[in-house]
Ligand binder design. Structure first.
Ligand code: NDP
Length: 257
């Protein structure tokens, strides 16, 4: 698998924590030579720490570019590729992972600002990033091979009370991914969705506006997945030979079945 990823350039959104951070480390471990990782998020101090962590763990063979990027800003996303150093622009894999949930409230009580930030990040941000990277995948010198890996959620398949907007954003991701896959069938671009169930990350801290005790209560009495569990699947999926498309994966902890 490492050999197939060697020499590739991989963009990960939301790489500053949780699943995105684990994906960065897992790609680096799997392919410790000749890999370029572009790690993006708003907290670039965290991205720099992760770049250091990767250097310590796997050495200098993996090149890491921390890049401050807010996916909910159409201007920043439009400028993203053009602002990359030339040698970093030949992207092979985009992992659209940035996402968040805000609040737990019945639909009529959800704050307008929370609706906006969830759609701007989870849906519009993912679409804009995909539109920014697809032209690169299409015109690659090697004939247009590449992957877009979208991190959806079990919430996009099984909506739950109190999470209507988050569930709606992830259902939108699912529809967008599915349509795009059909548009690109028989090209060498793989459009992939991986839908996690419950994973312990900063996700719930963000949901409860930074209240750690409320976040911890979400995981009381159950054993959520770890972000590494999801990262292993992301990297395994990207590492398949080109003709193998693991298009759609649902993965959840046993208690959630
Ligand atoms: P975390 O909160 O740990 O990570 C979310 C990441 O998204 C952070 O790196 C954050 O970085 C980034 N992010 C948020 N908003 C933006 C933005 N506007 N621009 C750029 N980056 C942004 O949570 P997870 O790792 O759990 O979440 C990753 C993905 O997994 C999300 O799409 C989430 O919906 C999905 N998911 C999570 C599940 C879970 O139970 N944890 C279950 C199913 C799906 P920063 O703040 O630095 O910008």
């Amino acid at each position: 698998m490492g050999k197939r990823l060697a020499g590739k350039t991989i963009v990960i959104t939301g790489a500053s924590s949780g699943i995105g951070r684990s994906c960065a480390l897992e790609f680096a471990r799997t392919s410790p030579k000749d890999l370029r990782l572009i790690l993006t998020a708003r907290r670039d101090d965290k991205l720099k720490e992760i770049a250091e962590e990767i250097k310590k763990e796997v050495g200098e063979g993996v090149k890491v570019l921390p890049f401050k990027l807010d996916v909910s800003s159409p201007e920043e996303v439009r400028g993203f590729v053009g602002n990359l150093p030339e040698e970093w622009r030949n992207v092979n894999v985009l992992v659209n992972n940035a996402g968040l949930v805000k609040g737990v409230a019945k639909a009529p009580e959800i704050e307008e600002a929370d609706v906006k930030v969830m759609f701007d990040t989870n849906v519009t941000g993912l679409i804009n990033m995909t539109q920014a990277i697809l032209p690169i995948l299409k015109k690659r010198a090697d004939g247009g091979a590449g992957d877009v890996i979208n991190i959806g959620s079990i919430a996009g398949r099984e909506p739950y009370p109190g999470g209507s907007i988050y569930c709606a954003t992830k259902a939108a991701v699912r529809a967008f991914t599915d349509a795009l896959r059909r548009e690109l069938i028989a090209t060498r671009i793989r459009i992939i969705e991986i839908d996690p169930g419950q994973v312990e990350t900063e996700f719930s801290v963000v949901r409860f506006y930074g209240d750690k005790s409320k976040a911890d209560a979400v995981y009381a009495g159950c054993e959520p997945l770890t972000p590494d569990d999801i990262a292993e699947i992301v990297v395994f999926t990207a590492g398949r030979r080109e003709n193998v498309v693991i298009a759609d994966t649902l993965v959840f902890p046993n208690h959630q079945a």
